[in-house]
Design a protein around this ligand. Structure first.
Ligand SMILES: [Mn+2]
Length: 420
């Protein structure tokens, strides 16, 4: 077998409308709207520069099939650039761009192969007459698919490196609809499959779930909100003649999204807080190279400063001043907001002794925390919260520690509300 290389990308979401963003200057808005297109162009450029043999696109290529002709046309142009260099593209459709009962809504050049949603077959990736790998994939037929795709992959040709492309949910994945669910064991059990590389899509964070066989989520190509923070891009995979693999992540994103957390418990003035924010922004700028940043500052912790931060003008004034300092920078930096979650310091022990409502609440909270039976009871009351997709840990098997930390948070929240 001769060596070869390919790019694995998923969740391109070309044409994302950024509908969650409000109040933004036109220049920044255009920059954001163009970001999924530019990330796609960068991926095409990478494929040409590295002269990869083929590309795998594992679903959600488009944010929406119906409403974005520009995204579809732009995609087609990129595919034609690859066609001119003999680079093949294998595609499966995801929940955002389901296959439906036909094919893509526009004609793609003949270097593209879209796996259908029913009865797909193994394909052979060839270049210049050489058989490089066997590739299999299943498309979503409509938006919501409950099938376990992993169990639908037939045995492939025994003499080739085998790649299976699925848009699916492996195990528990926070913040994603559990479409096409399967377990990691469904993919890695050697008695079931001999697949060498599972090229996955759907989960928006890059993850390598297994190294033998490789089970890989590349994540989104371009971050689109603070839920998609940090570097985003593709995996470049090299397979040698002996079938050993080398997997490298390459970022494609611009701008990059980041939340900056500042703990104000050891900060005593707004001036000092501004200096801290500024230092963190500069460090982030240096860390991301020649790409833009979209930032949000979260102020947390207990401090005397909390009162002045909650006064009407403080945060807007800080935001104005920081934005002035950031305006005109190249690459662009946009500070979306500053969120003040800080609270005033409080002497819990002293407040517990007071004969008022606050004292009663604190004593009640204390009583729950020290009694294992009460904690079990609280766990029952909170079960709908722990099962919620939005709960940060998304842990249906919540532990007593999870219950305690939720109670602790609730205690401080209640205290703040009652003191107000
Ligand atoms: Mn997606």
């Amino acid at each position: 077998m001769s060596g070869f290389s390919f790019i694995h990308a998923a969740d391109l979401h070309i044409g994302s409308p950024f509908s969650n963003i409000s109040r933004i200057e036109t220049e920044m808005w255009d920059y954001l709207l163009g970001s999924t297109f530019r990330a796609f162009d960068r991926m095409i450029q990478l494929a040409l520069e590295r002269d990869v043999d083929f590309i795998l696109l594992c679903g959600d290529l488009f944010d929406s099939m119906e409403r974005n002709l520009k995204a579809l046309l732009h995609f087609r142009t990129g595919m034609k650039r690859l066609q001119a260099e003999g680079i093949k593209v294998f595609i499966v459709c995801g929940n955002h761009d389901p296959f439906g009962h036909g094919a893509m809504p526009l004609e793609l050049p003949d270097n593209c192969f879209v796996f259908p949603s029913s009865n797909p077959r193994w394909q052979v990736a060839e270049r210049a007459g050489l058989c490089l790998a066997a590739v299999f994939g299943i498309s979503f037929r409509d938006r919501s698919v409950e099938d376990n795709f992993a169990l639908m992959v037939p045995p492939g040709p025994s003499d080739l490196f085998k790649i299976a492309m699925l848009h699916c949910t492996v195990g528990q994945q926070t913040g994603h609809y559990p479409y096409a669910p399967c377990s990691l064991a469904d993919l890695t059990d050697p008695s079931r499959h001999q697949v060498d590389y599972w090229a996955l899509g759907h989960v928006h964070t890059k993850k390598i779930l297994s190294k033998g066989p490789l089970v890989v989520y590349p994540g989104v190509l371009q971050g689109r909100s603070f839920r998609e923070q940090g570097e985003k891009g593709v995996f470049l995979v090299r397979v040698s003649g002996d079938m050993s693999t080398d997997v490298t992540f390459t970022p494609m994103d611009d701008p990059r999204w980041h939340e900056i957390e500042i703990d104000v418990s050891a900060i005593s003035s707004v001036a000092q807080l501004m200096d801290d924010i500024w230092t963190k922004i500069q460090a982030l700028r240096q860390g991301v190279g020649q790409r833009g940043l979209v930032l949000r500052v979260l102020i947390k912790g207990r401090s005397e400063l909390a009162r002045s931060l909650s006064s009407l003008d403080t945060i807007p004034d800080m935001l104005d001043e920081l934005r002035d300092g950031l305006s005109g920078l190249e690459p662009l930096v946009w500070l979306e907001s500053i969120r003040n979650l800080s609270t005033s310091p409080v002497d819990i022990e002293a407040r517990k002794k007071s004969p008022d409502l606050i004292g009663m609440v604190l004593k009640e909270a204390e009583a729950i925390k020290v009694s294992p039976e009460s904690l079990e009871g609280a766990k029952g009351c909170l079960s709908s919260l722990f099962h919620s997709r939005l709960f940060k840990g998304n842990c249906p098997e919540a532990t007593i520690e999870d219950v305690s930390s939720v109670l602790e948070e609730a205690e401080f929240l209640l205290l703040d509300r009652l003191e107000d």
